[in-house]
Design a protein around this ligand. Structure first.
Ligand SMILES: Cc1cc2nc3c(=O)[nH]c(=O)nc-3n(C[C@H](O)[C@H](O)[C@H](O)COP(=O)(O)OP(=O)(O)OC[C@H]3O[C@@H](n4cnc5c(N)ncnc54)[C@H](O)[C@@H]3O)c2cc1C
Length: 283
């Protein structure tokens, strides 16, 4: 049976692709689907490393078992089918590649969802040297060619595309503002990796928000601001001529989107990705 992948969210459609098909996840039409060649659908990847980033998030480093790894564009994801036996063995989920483009491995960084089938399986059952099935990288949430200042704005696990975009954008020399909102240090993913990049690249500035700092979390050490990313802060700190990329919970993105619009940022400059069913932030 033919399989088609939605290039926006990674949903896999099996069977004939009719003109009136709408992706059940992100609501795009048939023109966004691409045929998945049978030999290109799910490939075997070896888990070469498993790194706990914090209490919630673990990164998996994957190498293709055979063949050449497709180089990804920052912001792309892979579809992963990790469960090899039982009733959930055909479950597919999308995970954004969080590493620098051009490496000879893929890295996905997965937040464990309570009762979540695939994320829990990855955290609890998948270990180094195991094989999991995954596709080549795909997706449309990628950086456009631009010299404008880049603003990467994430909430929670939405940081995964931002990390990869940060690496890609470093090459261009443009100014980059990396805004990351998390609960506190228990969910602060890529802290050391980001600090190293900021230390080594003067064009990169960061602003880390802890919604509810823990007692041991120190202002100006673990984080830069307490609370939510407020309207006031956005108005005072983001470049008016910037290109904006958002990823995080829908409520968070909607707030940021509306604030950016209210300060005169054209919606064409605001790009975003949902980690679930698509919603138009303008509506
Ligand atoms: C383009 C894209 C990129 C993504 N990138 C990433 C990424 O980089 N990192 C990442 O972590 N995720 C990412 N996601 C999300 C990821 O694909 C999964 O949706 C996520 O891991 C949850 O899958 P799951 O199988 O663990 O949860 P599911 O089993 O699908 O459950 C979904 C939710 O329902 C809840 N639930 C399930 N059963 C019950 C129940 N009986 N009672 C109450 N609640 C229940 C779960 O807790 C979970 O929150 C991305 C998604 C998309 C579309």
């Amino acid at each position: 049976m033919e399989k088609y992948v939605c290039t926006v969210c990674g949903y896999i459609h099996q069977g004939e692709l009719k003109n009136d098909i709408i992706c059940p996840i992100c609501k795009v039409g048939f023109d966004k689907f691409e045929l998945l060649e049978s030999n290109n659908t799910f490939k075997d990847f070896i888990v070469v490393d498993k790194v706990k980033e914090n209490e919630l998030v673990t990164s998996f480093y994957l190498k293709l078992k055979e063949g050449t790894l497709k180089k990804h564009k920052a912001g792309e994801f892979i579809s992963v089918m990790p469960i090899d036996k039982g009733e959930n063995s055909k479950e597919v989920r999308q995970y954004t590649l969080s590493m620098k483009p051009g490496e000879d491995f893929y890295r996905i960084s997965v937040k464990k969802e309570e009762m979540g089938i695939v994320s829990s399986y990855l955290h609890n059952n998948v270990e180094v040297s195991d094989i999991i099935k995954a596709t080549d990288s795909l997706g449309e949430f990628t950086l456009s060619d631009s010299k404008k200042p880049l603003v990467l704005l994430s909430g929670g696990i939405g940081v995964t595309p931002m990390m990869s975009m940060l690496y890609e954008a470093l090459e261009s020399g443009r100014d980059i503002l990396f805004i990351q909102a998390v609960l506190n240090s228990s969910a602060h993913t890529f802290k050391d990796e980001l600090e190293k990049i900021v230390d080594e690249n003067s064009q990169v500035k960061k602003a880390i928000f802890y919604q509810t700092p823990l007692e041991e979390d120190k202002l100006n050490k673990n984080y830069d601001f307490e609370g939510f990313v407020s309207d006031r802060w956005i108005k005072d700190n983001v470049p008016q001529n910037g290109k904006f990329y958002l990823c995080g919970p829908v409520g968070f993105m909607k707030h940021i989107y509306n604030t950016l619009k209210s300060i005169g940022i054209n919606e064409k400059e605001i790009n975003y990705e949902m980690f679930g069913a698509y919603q138009d932030l303008a509506e």
